[in-house]
Design a protein around this ligand. Structure first.
Ligand code: FES
Length: 243
């Protein structure tokens, strides 16, 4: 049986399993902590720092990322103290200057009283990607494909296909698109093809033999069919028609 610990979050006592991360425990009890780079299905990574909280252990109080900080006996946590809010505001100010037209960042920044980035306008850029790497982690840890990765360093760091070319291992499942917290992945269905522009891929869509709807990339279905050893004709009709 796992060891239990008692900790205090925002003045209330909770019991949790030793080793659980603060973010998970807080969310289990309905306490809201903002995040951008976190998804339960993948390992925490600590990229966006938005989930910071204040922890007190003995006489020491400090700011930590709650998605990566394990709970322990007697820990005292503040998720929304003035110091936490001030630090989050600084982080959001930086993200806002980078993603000055991104609606997700704009909304979060507004919650912290930022109507516009505090930096001179000449430093603002119109990126959507915050380089949290969630797209790459989902592709690797959930899909098991690793078609993309974070490349370069410093201000040129970005998620990309190998050698900035075509992500030929991509199966077109769109997990990166759905996981991205800032809608930075551009995916569309057009004229019978699926495009994921960020990874330069264009895959033919499978047409349902019954209703005629184009319902999934052929490459994704081939991947699943091989992996699960399904009969070739299994995907001839769409899940709706299969019932
Ligand atoms: S959610 Fe913890 S660092 Fe992004």
């Amino acid at each position: 049986m796992s060891e239990l610990v008692t900790l205090t979050i925002n003045g209330n006592k909770y019991t949790a399993e030793k080793g659980q991360f603060i973010l998970q425990v807080a969310r289990d009890h309905g306490i809201k902590i903002p995040t951008l780079c976190h998804l339960d299905a993948v390992e925490p990574y600590g990229a966006c720092r938005l989930c910071i909280v204040e922890v007190t252990k003995g006489t020491r109080t400090r700011i930590v990322t709650s998605c990566l900080y394990p709970v322990e006996e007697g820990l005292v946590v503040q998720t929304d103290s003035p110091r936490v809010r001030q630090n989050r505001k600084i982080l959001l100010d930086l993200l806002y200057a980078r993603c000055s037209e991104n609606s997700v960042i704009k909304e979060l920044a507004a919650e912290y009283g930022l109507e516009k980035p505090s930096y001179p306008e000449q430093y603002w850029t119109k990126e959507d990607c915050i380089v949290c790497g969630l797209c790459c982690r989902v592709c690797e840890q959930v899909v098991g494909v690793s078609a993309i990765s974070l490349v370069n360093r410093g201000i040129t760091r970005e998620p990309a296909a190998p050698f900035l070319g075509v992500a030929s291992n991509c199966i077109g499942c769109g997990s990166c698109f759905y996981a991205c917290p800032t809608n930075a992945i551009k995916m569309e269905d057009k004229n019978g093809y699926l495009y994921i522009h960020n990874w330069n891929i264009k895959y033919k869509l499978q047409k349902c033999g019954k209703c005629g709807i184009e319902w999934a990339p052929v490459k994704q279905l081939e991947y699943i069919q091989k992996k699960w050893k399904l009969p070739k004709e299994f995907f001839d009709i769409c899940p709706n028609c299969r019932g």
